[in-house]
Design a protein around this ligand. Sequence first.
Ligand code: NDP
Length: 346
Amino acid sequence: MFGLIGHSTSLASAVEKARMLGYDDHAEGDMERWCSSPPQLLENFKLTSKTGKLIEGAYIDSCFLPEMLPGKFKTAVRKVQNAMALAQKYGLNVTALGGFTSIIFENFDLAKFQKVRSTLLEWKRFTTGNTHTAWVICRQVEENAPRLGIDLAKARVAVVGASGDIGSAVCRWLSRCTGVKDLLLVARHRGRLQALHDELGSGTVLSLDEALCQADVVVWVASLYQTLRIDPASLRQPCLMVDGGYPKNLDTRVSLPNLHVIKGGIVEFFSDIAWTMMQVAEMERPQRQMFACFAEAMLLEFEGLHTNFSWGRNNITLENMETIGMASLRHGFRAIGLDHPALVTA
Ligand code: NDP
């Protein structure tokens, strides 16, 4: 059995979810109530791969809310540790740390704190899901840019959050496997970007404003809580944006006739799953669509790979991306793309 650890995108959406699921005390509670809430196993469900293999999973809400950061970091840390301890208590073989939970784990170096009260956490039972997320985002770039007439061999691709775990993997893949013309590397700290640039032997370190006005494709994988406003007039046209952040990094009100935004790192399963969790995550097809990091736990369970496949920072290899990507296709997942009939048939 596999597990998924998630959280709501805001207090407002958490309250709405609690109301929908009949957790009235949480629905009426304020931020303090959520700060003191233990994790909850909300749902069990099953799914069958295209290969015919049946697996069973569980969804755990950590009761973390993005509003807890940066002020209540001890609470945020406790939420993640308690949710992991609960997953282990239920004997889940492999559990994905969704949304901010993997970022909290890494940023607060929780690998140093293996003991949560009486539970010694076994790291091999957990994965960040970032290898599959990075592979899916690259696939979204490769499949959708040509539909807009963007030739990736001649294109400039900006990666916002390039020095992060997912961002650096996306950069490696796009430069070595896809062969984009130029990668524009964006983040706040230049030192880590420079190290990535040295590793890749290519790419250009730029500020966000400098990159946006040159990019044919923009991949957003920054760990931002609040969405960014961008000036549409500064963008190239056509421009493909793959918004992989959680919550989404982009202000969706940005609109231009030739600006195409895809929800990044989202996959669709080939058949319906009897669960409600993706409904509350506002997926367009909640019975089939989900975050790629969650799908990684499912893939590891389908493949019998009970190991922390994605772990630590900037360890994602091209080989592992290929392995999880092939498993993804084999078991019936596809990356979501531009839903535009004229483009799909072009
Ligand atoms: P990391 O913490 O490893 O990396 C975050 C990156 O964002 C770093 O390069 C950081 O560099 C950069 N960054 C942070 N703030 C800013 C800013 N204001 N402007 C520009 N760059 C910034 O995160 P991950 O790679 O693990 O995750 C990236 C995103 O992907 C997150 O939003 C996460 O929630 C989402 N995600 C989506 C999944 C899915 O299934 N769809 C799964 C897992 C994660 P610096 O600090 O130098 O600015």
